[in-house]
Design a protein around this ligand. Structure first.
Ligand code: INI
Length: 165
């Protein structure tokens, strides 16, 4: 039997990532983005928007994330896509619709296209909780980037399983 797992060593053929970022609650999402970029950079990825390894796509809110992510996934250009958003409950039922659609949409895209899509959409009751997860206590953006690196690497390691003989 074989063990398949991702590694964090930069591969010979560089990875390409797309980051989809919601502007809504950008006080939070910009911090998640910084954490993400910091992690990617420290793992040898060129995060410069003018470079060839990371593309950045801004959308109005988390609800719009799946539409854009699907387009990116089917393009076949990316080893993984990281989705960043912050849905904060407040006093409105809007939260459940926005968070639910974003989660459902992202899960469906990954399973339908075979491209790893990282669910980096914080869902919290308060802005304070969101900020704590975006850098005040720890930055979940860093973890999302680690997940993308691991999944991108794992997909390449598993490539022999999908090669037809
Ligand atoms: N979008 C978010 O990303 N987070 C939220 O907390 C949020 N709330 O609470 O309303 C939110 N709404 C906007 C939504 O994502 C769409 O952009 C909008 O409904 C237009 O389709």
């Amino acid at each position: 039997m074989t063990v398949y797992e991702g590694s964090f060593t930069p591969p010979a053929r560089p990875f390409r990532f797309a980051l989809v970022i919601a502007r809504f609650n950008d006080l939070v999402t910009e911090k998640l983005l910084s954490g993400c970029q910091d992690c990617l950079k420290r793992h040898g990825i060129d995060v410069d928007p003018a470079g060839t390894q990371v593309d950045y796509i801004w959308v109005p809110g988390s609800f719009e994330v799946p539409l854009v992510t699907r387009k990116l996934a089917v393009s076949g250009q990316y080893d993984a896509i990281i989705c960043l958003g912050a849905v904060i409950r407040g006093q409105t039922p809007h939260f459940d619709f926005v968070a639910g659609e974003a989660a459902k949409g992202i899960a469906a895209i990954a399973s339908q296209t075979g491209v790893p899509v990282i669910f980096g959409i914080l869902t919290t009751d308060t802005m304070q909780q969101a900020l704590e997860r975006a850098g005040i206590k720890s930055n979940h953006g860093w973890g999302y980037a680690m997940n993308a690196l691991e999944m991108a690497s794992l997909m390449r390691a598993m490539a022999p399983l999908t090669t037809t003989k």
